[in-house]
Design a protein around this ligand. Sequence first.
Ligand SMILES: Nc1nc2c(ncn2[C@@H]2O[C@H](COP(=O)(O)OP(=O)(O)OP(=O)(O)O)[C@@H](O)[C@H]2O)c(=O)[nH]1
Ligand SMILES: [Mg+2]
Length: 185
Amino acid sequence: MFEQLPTVPTSEELLNKSFRRASRAIDDLSMVQNAGNILSDNLSNLIRKFPSFENMPPFYREMADIIAGVDRIRISLSRLGWASRQIRLITKEHVAKIKRSSASDATLIRKSAFGRISSVMRSIEKDLLFLNETRNLLRKMPTIDPALPTILIAGYPNVGKSSFIVRITGARPEIVPRSGLRRTR
Ligand SMILES: Nc1nc2c(ncn2[C@@H]2O[C@H](COP(=O)(O)OP(=O)(O)OP(=O)(O)O)[C@@H](O)[C@H]2O)c(=O)[nH]1
Ligand SMILES: [Mg+2]
């Protein structure tokens, strides 16, 4: 379910990548356009890679809710969407300004665009970090096929759950004798 989630880059990584690529452009106008497009596209792609919690089986939605909080994930994703749209607007606005300006002013306008884009990216820094942590946790979740019956073995520590699974299946879980008073796992 969550195995395909890509790593979520940091604000700085995204900014470095887009400004580095933009610096190869032939003029200020293309620099602004390239940096803006790369960033807003990267952000919308990230949002799309996260699954829709509405339509997923309840097992996964509840696991995600326990692990990270579905509402918190939704809020962070919507802030990424806001940032993507904001960067698109800044880009459009500054590209229009450059078209109307002289070559010497173009560089100043480009710098102002980069400054505003950077501050938008800084404002979603925590959301990107949170989504990356969430992604790392979600990827470790067990995959369960809803088409197959699922059996859950639950019980107090050290009562023989793993031993039972060994007897009835080919699985090899860890079996260790333990005092009932000490919870190590
Ligand atoms: N006497 C006796 N010991 C058992 C039985 N089943 C398991 N044990 C022993 O009890 C200990 C704990 O067994 P586990 O299968 O690891 O128990 P568990 O419920 O998986 O334990 P946790 O995973 O720590 O919660 C091991 O030393 C087993 O050898 C049983 O039927 N009789
Ligand atoms: Mg066990």
